[in-house]
Design a protein around this ligand. Structure first.
Ligand code: HEC
Length: 403
């Protein structure tokens, strides 16, 4: 019997598992003080996660387009920015709306970086570099030729920017100083504790002092550092780990071979998170380079295979009445319930309207049309179930588990 369940689980299409958290590629990750992980993506959503439990704590959809960058501020709040040119500060743990909106950058914001003193820097596609004080007041430091692709605060408190123009600049008090001229567009940047920096380019190479590290043959799109470690990801999906300062290759992670847009080390540097085109946040053990499984709770084997269809939902929804609050409302007693009616849950205005009664037919409609089509304005990330068998399994599971 157990063998059979295991076989059923293994035979499940990957599709069912792809519906996890974000409704599009994940563009940015940030580890917040206290261990909460934040992710943001092309689906305009920001998700706050409890990475230990694999649960989503909150989802916000406020930006008017892709969220390109996140930065963790020392007080636990999160800064987000994106395609819509807006920069927002969110309270620790997340909320439906920002606690403060910073002066708009105008052009799409490509990079954010938070300094240990709480000041924030933003770099845009139009080449502008802005600095915001802790109170949110901002000023334009200047503009470089072509898009800013990455920012980092050097250990001496000076802001560094990397550009499409192939330069790395240091924003000294009296203006920008070129600190590296590479000839090829710079696509990633990280500051190192020794006062140096590492910058990656479109050729897949990372330059770090006298060292050249090869991340792959596609552009380096993300760099992350932890004491004695450097991680890099490329647009080809290669993820590499090196030990510093010597630059010895520790591991090449066996990832999904699709672009990996963001990396973050856990506070103890024992775990590395990667996220990208496949919409998943993956966990890796730094010491061994081994995959630790996706960031989502596994259904109990006893519930297989119907529960597997719910795997895409489990990060955000409980099915029992007594489960702890998650990012989405509990689905306990879902069928027969009016939309947006669970007491105590803060729904978006669209769901609060309550003009739908949940039944297998309306839930089927929700996931064949997609939440963005059936309920425009909802905070739930876009999810679609194309396969009628997956949909039937989901409805069957909901029918018995939410009773
Ligand atoms: C990343 C988190 C997330 C994922 C994943 C997710 N949801 Fe949701 N869901 C939400 C949020 C947030 C809301 C409330 C949306 C709002 O208020 O606009 C919601 C609302 C709902 C509602 C309406 C509930 C009510 O009380 O009216 C249903 C039904 C639902 N989700 C089912 C699902 C199912 C089934 C899946 C998996 C296929 C799923 N969701 C995946 C976050 C998520």
């Amino acid at each position: 019997m157990w063998m059979l369940l295991l076989l059923l689980l293994l035979a499940l299409p990957a599709r069912a598992q792809d519906l996890m958290g974000h409704g599009g590629p994940v563009r940015a990750l940030a580890l917040l003080p206290g261990g909460t992980l934040a992710s943001a993506g092309f689906d305009a959503a920001i998700i706050w996660w409890d990475p230990g439990a694999g649960r989503a704590l909150h989802v916000a959809r406020w930006h008017g387009g892709a969220v390109n960058a996140l930065a963790a501020l020392p007080d636990g709040s999160l800064a987000s920015a994106g395609e819509d040119g807006r920069i927002a500060l969110w309270p620790a743990g997340g909320a439906d709306g920002p606690r403060q909106v910073l002066q708009a950058a105008g052009a799409s914001v490509a990079a954010l970086a938070a300094a240990p003193d709480g000041s924030l820097a933003a770099g845009s596609w139009d080449g502008s570099v802005r600095r915001f004080a802790v109170d949110g007041s901002g000023r334009l430091l200047g503009s470089q030729d072509g898009p800013v692709t990455a920012l980092a605060w050097r250990s001496d408190g000076v802001l560094l920017s990397a550009g499409q123009d192939g330069l790395v600049r240091a924003w000294e008090a009296d203006g920008p100083v070129t600190v590296a001229q590479r000839g090829l567009p710079r696509t990633a940047l990280a500051a190192l504790p020794d006062g140096g920096f590492a910058d990656g380019g479109t050729d897949g190479r990372i330059l770090l002092g006298a060292l050249t590290l090869v991340a792959g043959d596609r552009p380096v799109v993300a760099l992350a550092t932890a004491p004695g470690l450097l991680a890099a990801a490329t647009a080809g999906g290669a993820v590499s780990l090196w030990s510093l300062p010597e630059g010895r290759l520790l591991h090449r992670l066996d990832g999904p071979a699709v672009p990996v847009w963001s990396l973050a080390f856990a506070a103890d540097a024992a775990t590395l998170w990667t996220a990208g085109q496949d919409r998943r946040i993956r966990r890796w053990q730094v010491a061994s380079g081994a995959a630790l499984g996706p960031l989502a709770p596994e259904p109990r084997a006893a519930d297989a295979p119907a529960a597997a269809a719910f795997r895409a939902c489990a990060a955000c929804h409980a099915v029992s009445a007594e489960a702890p609050p998650l990012a989405g409302p509990s689905l306990h007693h879902l069928f027969g319930r009016r939309m947006g009616s669970l007491p105590g849950y803060g729904y978006s205005p669209r769901l609060a309207r309550g003009d739908v009664t949940w039944s297998p037919a309306t839930v089927a409609q929700l996931f064949t049309e997609g939440p963005d089509v059936m309920l425009p304005g909802t905070r739930m990330p876009v999810q679609r179930l194309q396969d009628p068998d997956d949909l039937a399994a989901l409805l069957g599971y909901l029918e018995q588990a939410t009773r």
